[in-house]
Design a protein. Structure first.
Length: 129
């Protein structure tokens, strides 16, 4: 199963690089349209694949793992976030969905800020050596 996920993730990562780069080159650098398009299309694809695969039974567990965890995960992890949020909403878990969205966005942004600060501190300490 790991090899199916690995293969899908490799293809998804290459697809993300290609699609985002292609769109961004044409759109300009003013807005991250390439990443936005990848996040939206990946979320659509994961929602479609999961509903179809789990409802129809026409997709083997291995191919489902390749396409969902592998390809969609390599293409954009935002798709998983979107899908999990939709499941919480469909189950009527509105508070948990809101908490998940809020924490994911705020804490991820804080993580990015912390990572930038840590890298800046490391770079500054290396310059002082």
């Amino acid at each position: 199963m790991y090899w199916y996920v690995a293969l899908g993730a490799a293809i998804g990562g290459v697809a993300r690089y290609g699609v985002a780069g292609f769109v961004q080159q044409r759109a300009g650098a003013d807005f991250p349209l390439g990443t936005l398009l990848v996040n939206i299309s990946g979320s659509f694809l994961l929602g479609f694949l999961m509903r179809y695969a789990l409802t129809s039974g026409a997709v083997s567990p291995e191919i489902r793992a390749l396409l969902t965890t592998g390809f969609c995960g390599g293409y954009t992890t935002f798709s998983t976030f979107s899908y999990e949020t939709v499941l919480l909403v469909e189950d009527g878990e509105y508070r948990r969905a809101a908490l998940y969205v809020g924490l994911s966005v705020v804490v991820a942004l804080l993580g990015a800020f912390a990572g930038l600060a840590a890298a800046s501190k490391l770079l500054a300490s290396r310059e002082g050596v």
